[in-house]
Design a protein around this ligand. Structure first.
Ligand SMILES: [Zn+2]
Length: 210
């Protein structure tokens, strides 16, 4: 899920981000932390990946896409795909030449609008439409042995975000962002919610969740 920064960010930020984005923000990618380096250390080749899920197409989530472009399937939502080609705030060169498939949302039992995509068709992994930060963003619900693991992407930046309903700094729809956070807050109270992980939470350390 998501790819982080491309290694080019260490060598030539201006080229990788483009002049406009470079004037607004910078990326930071410590040695060993790129998706290519992580996969290598685990002995996994990118062509062995069945799926790469792009929760949304912001640069800090898709920059490293070309490190894993040989994956079997690369998916993002149709709404996000369209928004990324219509709105500012995206760097299209990051996915140019990469075969990305899009999926449509349908009715699912979870999420602020009960919209999403049942990836395997068996209710074991839902890509839940959680708009607000971007139009087509998804959070990922994974059925584990003891309950649901939620990969919240950028619905909130840390646990405090949904506990106190603090919107992400970037939104395309504040009301929708608020509804997505409230859904996460409700979901966090369920007995079968084992953990919610926010993409940008510095408190999260690498580990295995069963
Ligand atoms: Zn984002």
């Amino acid at each position: 899920m998501d790819t982080g920064w491309h290694e080019e960010i260490r060598l030539n930020q201006k080229k990788h981000l483009g002049r406009l984005a470079y004037s607004m923000f910078r990326g930071d990618l410590p040695e060993g932390d790129s998706i290519a380096e992580k996969l290598h250390s685990l002995g996994i080749k990118s062509e062995d990946l069945d799926f790469v899920i792009l929760t949304h197409l912001h640069s800090d989530h898709v920059s490293g896409l070309k490190h894993v472009q040989d994956a079997k399937r690369i998916l993002t939502s149709e709404i996000e795909w369209k928004a990324a080609h219509r709105r500012m705030g995206y760097i299209k060169s990051m996915w140019q030449g990469v075969a990305i498939e899009t999926f449509h949302f349908t009715d699912i039992p979870h999420g602020p609008n009960h919209q999403g995509y049942d990836l395997f068709g068996d209710g074991s992994l839902y890509l839940v439409h959680t708009p607000g930060h971007t139009d087509g963003m998804v959070a990922v619900l994974v059925k584990m042995q003891k309950g649901w693991l939620v990969l919240a992407s950028d619905v909130g930046y840390s646990e405090r975000s949904w506990e106190e309903i603090i919107l992400p700094g970037i939104t395309t729809d504040k009301q929708a962002a608020c509804r997505s956070l409230k859904w996460l807050k409700e979901f966090s109270k369920r007995d079968d919610c084992i953990r919610i992980l926010a993409n940008h939470d510095p408190a999260i350390t690498p580990g295995i969740i069963e």
